[in-house]
Design a protein around this ligand. Structure first.
Ligand code: IMP
Ligand code: MG
Length: 175
């Protein structure tokens, strides 16, 4: 375990097993359809990789990078890197590491519909439901977690710890 980690809340094995279950659910949901699976950089990368290994239906992979910032009136999302293909009349599956306030995913979901997607679903590794301020929900999630700051499996603190193969709570001394 990394010396900055206070405790592990989900191990590598638990995450891998959950991704097998989620992969099955997603594959059954889409069936003969070919969804465009859109990972939000950078946090979703490890979850995206683990999940996609377990998706058995045909799918396309895209990545998008957005940064959210609080304006005076509403929260805005700036597109740092957009997807490359068209989503017109396609089913889109947004992949996130965590839904916290929900602001990012609410905006990205709206954006996908604006681009012409016929259906937009959300899958997230972690759901921090207590912290939600927007009316956006995950269609599927790996684990629900309390309102605590976590790192690992894509989740960072100041860009560090994304490579940890588990999800843990960071030590106060590391912040
Ligand atoms: P939201 O728009 O508040 O839902 O923001 C979600 C984003 O906040 C995630 O994609 C993460 O980048 C970040 N985030 C929220 N909670 C945590 C956490 O506990 N650890 C690391 N990053 C987090
Ligand atoms: Mg993120």
């Amino acid at each position: 375990m990394h010396s900055d980690v206070e405790r592990i809340i989900y191990s590598k094995e638990q995450i891998e097993n959950r991704c097998i279950e989620l992969g099955k659910i997603v594959s059954e949901h889409y069936g003969e359809e070919t969804p465009i699976v859109v990972g939000l950089l950078k946090g979703s990368v490890p979850f995206m990789a683990e999940l996609c290994k377990n998706i058995e239906c045909d799918m396309e992979m895209e990545f998008m990078d957005v940064s959210s910032y609080s304006g005076t009136v509403s929260n805005e999302v700036k597109i740092v890197k957009d997807i490359e293909g068209s989503v017109t009349n396609r089913s889109v599956l947004l992949v996130e590491d965590i839904i916290d306030t929900g602001k990012t995913l609410k905006k990205v979901k709206e954006l996908m519909y604006h681009k012409g997607a016929k259906d937009v679903k959300i899958i997230t590794l972690l759901d921090k439901r207590e912290a939600r301020v927007c009316d956006v929900q995950a269609d599927w999630y790996g684990f629900e977690i309390p309102n605590e700051f976590v790192i690992g499996f894509g989740l960072d603190y100041n860009q560090k710890y994304r490579n940890l193969p588990y999800i843990g709570v960071i030590k106060k001394s590391a912040i």
